[in-house]
Ligand binder design. Structure first.
Ligand SMILES: [Zn+2]
Length: 307
């Protein structure tokens, strides 16, 4: 398994059977002891043989997975945990096919659905706006060939990348690179107090920065003239993230479709933004505990999933 840094022995020691996984979920979900999910009472009996809890006050019987994404699944928790660690650690991502093979999941459909629910949990809620030095660039993925030469090609999808230097990365699957579209993503993600905004020389950025009052902070690098670095002016940090996305899209996610591109973008950004987080696995499991279940029919509907 190339590009992996997973300690599988350690994983099996910690999460090798259902009761270890349950104990881990319990410690994350109820760090101060179980409480009744129905009436919130804190006096709870443990029914050890059935791995259930009983509320002393309303007599509700529940398990640690109740009201979580893990509850209605027929997959063992071990499978969920191992899939999560694989998706967290594989730098370029991992396809449902690989997950299916690695974990011995019966059908591709089951593996695909599992991966998508983990990806949905990884989707970050973008809270704060980016500041400092921020690079914005756009790229084209999918279809034949790659790189900017394909600009405008009908079978390519547009991804807008925004990255704060030494900071966060965000990718958006956009419908087009019209001025209004670029403005929306810049307005929603970049603070008015940004120090410098770096883009290429795509003409639309001029109108956008004028309308947003960022004209004086805007620096451009003329990609159209083949120039990529001019001292400090470049968009190389966002471009290196693009190349990671493309290697993932081309290499790992064979069955990627436009509809799920935002989900892959979210997964990639989440992994990238957490690359120095030693608690990434734990944080992802926490997000899974807190995330609403994503219905299979939602994933397969015609509407593209929103970011
Ligand atoms: Zn109760």
């Amino acid at each position: 398994m190339a590009d992996m840094n997973v300690n599988l022995i350690g994983m099996m020691d910690n999460f090798g059977d259902e009761s270890k996984c349950r104990a881990y979920l319990e410690s994350l979900r109820w760090p101060n002891g179980a409480a009744c999910p129905r009436c919130k009472a804190e006096k709870i009996y443990r029914l050890p043989k059935r791995e259930q809890f009983l509320c002393a006050s309303c007599e509700y019987q529940f398990s640690v997975t109740v009201d979580t994404i893990f509850h209605d699944t027929h997959l063992p928790l071990v499978t969920w945990f191992l899939a999560t660690v694989l998706l967290c650690e594989a730098k370029k991502g991992m396809s449902a096919c690989q997950i299916q093979r690695s974990l011995g999941i019966k059908t591709y459909k089951t593996a695909w659905y599992l991966c998508h629910r983990i990806r949905a949990a990884m989707a970050e809620v973008h809270k704060s706006k980016l500041g400092g030095v921020v690079e914005v660039d756009e790229t084209y993925v999918g279809g034949r060939g790659h790189g900017k030469r394909g600009r405008g090609a009908a079978n390519k999808e547009i991804v807008i990348g925004i990255r704060q230097r030494q900071g966060e990365l965000r990718f958006f699957h956009a419908d087009d690179v019209r001025s209004g579209t670029l403005e929306k993503y810049i307005r929603e993600n970049i603070s008015d107090d940004v120090e410098i905004l770096m883009t290429d020389d795509l003409g639309q950025y001029r109108g956008v920065t004028r309308r947003l009052g960022l004209r004086r902070k805007h620096r451009t690098i003329p990609h159209s003239m083949g120039l990529y670095v001019n001292g400090d002016v470049h968009t190389n940090t966002v471009e290196s993230a693009f190349s990671l996305l493309k290697r993932g899209v081309l290499g790992t996610w064979h069955r990627i479709s436009a509809k799920h591109l935002q989900a892959y973008c979210n997964e990639m950004c989440f992994r990238f933004n957490n690359r120095k987080n030693p608690y990434l696995f734990r944080d992802t499991i926490l997000k899974l505990i807190a995330s609403p279940n994503l219905e299979y029919k939602e994933l397969t509907s015609e509407v593209r999933n929103a970011a």
